[in-house]
Design a protein around this ligand. Structure first.
Ligand SMILES: Cc1cc2nc3c(=O)[nH]c(=O)nc-3n(C[C@H](O)[C@H](O)[C@H](O)COP(=O)(O)OP(=O)(O)OC[C@H]3O[C@@H](n4cnc5c(N)ncnc54)[C@H](O)[C@@H]3O)c2cc1C
Length: 281
């Protein structure tokens, strides 16, 4: 592990340039560093996260939903969960927040670039996958096919419609949505996200599956993918644990000998099977 420098712990001021309301619980914050030089020097990879802070409200890890490939500003999509995220949701464009990072191991983008990809997401779990999906779509060397299966609780809970509409214009992308509970004006699929497997092309020889969502969903999806013949290296997911430092010092995000902040948050099923974690038990 690299020797930590003081700047690894110091939040840098960042300006909220734009706020996109994805649904009643999720907002996407478009950000740039207040010091323009820091924007030029900054780089990150899909799957990594930033520690986001507001003075007196705390700090929390949030994954990039933007892609470095699109040369856009940093996008962080945040679900209102507790003190920090509720305070973030109260802010307006122009407000300053603290950012430190990027931290964590990213998705194996070089490997994914050679594969067809099956993304399975629930709720806010689509946020880090937006970064991977758009990185592939903006990579001229990526020629695979992309399937995206996205589950939400109700039609009003469907987030990232801007991205979904963008993906649906691409003939190499198939994006299917489902909701747990429909409404009278919902004409799409109803049921848990795994019910969408029957409507999409499954080819474990060619495909790698990338899953992100609540623990129960991850467990159910992994179980079905295993039954369909996906190998342990071709099932990749992200783990969430409460985190304090983000840099492997406090060990708050300990997971059976591994630290989510530095060994993850991205793990293959092969790596998870060596650990005692509830998501795959
Ligand atoms: C690597 C990583 C990436 C993430 N990316 C995103 C993202 O892109 N978008 C997003 O919205 N969220 C993301 N999260 C989740 C986010 O960091 C948490 O929801 C965070 O706790 C919110 O902070 P908060 O202060 O608002 O809420 P908290 O005050 O932390 O409360 C959130 C919930 O956790 C409970 N809680 C608080 N402390 C503990 C504890 N020590 N042990 C158990 N439960 C506790 C609270 O009761 C409450 O229900 C990510 C988490 C990780 C680890």
């Amino acid at each position: 592990m690299k020797t930590l420098q003081p700047e690894d712990y110091l939040p840098r001021p960042a300006i909220i340039k734009e706020i996109i309301t994805e649904n009643s619980q999720i907002k996407t914050f478009v950000l740039s560093f207040a010091n323009p030089e820091q924007n030029t020097d900054f780089s990150y990879q899909p799957g990594q996260f930033m520690m986001v802070s507001i003075p007196h409200c705390g700090e929390a890890p949030i994954s990039f939903s933007s892609t470095p490939a699109r040369k856009e500003m940093i996008r962080l999509s945040v679900r209102k969960a507790g003190k920090l995220t509720s305070a973030l949701h109260e802010l307006q464009a122009g407000a300053i927040i603290g950012l430190r990072g990027p931290y964590g191991k990213p998705f194996p983008m070089d490997y994914l670039a050679k594969r067809d990809l099956l993304f399975v997401a629930g709720g806010i779990g689509l946020a880090p996958l937006c970064s991977v999906i758009n990185s592939c779509l903006f990579n001229p060397d990526y020629h695979g096919r992309i399937s995206i299966l996205y589950g939400s609780r109700t039609p009003e809970d469907i987030a990232f419609m801007g991205e979904i509409n963008f993906w649906r214009q691409n003939p190499d992308v198939k994006c299917l949505l489902t909701v747990d509970q429909g409404t009278s004006d919902w004409h799409g699929a109803t049921g848990v996200v795994t019910t969408l497997f029957s409507q999409t092309e499954i080819n474990p020889e060619q495909q790698t599956a990338i899953i992100c969502g609540p623990p129960m969903m991850i467990k159910a999806v992994i179980s079905e993918l295993n039954e369909m013949g996906f190998g342990d290296d071709d099932i990749i997911t992200t783990m969430e644990r409460h985190m304090k430092c983000g840099v492997g010092v406090c060990r708050h995000c300990h997971m059976d000998g591994k630290l989510v902040c530095v060994d993850g948050p991205v793990f293959s099923l092969r790596q998870l099977k060596e650990l005692d974690v509830m998501e795959i038990k």
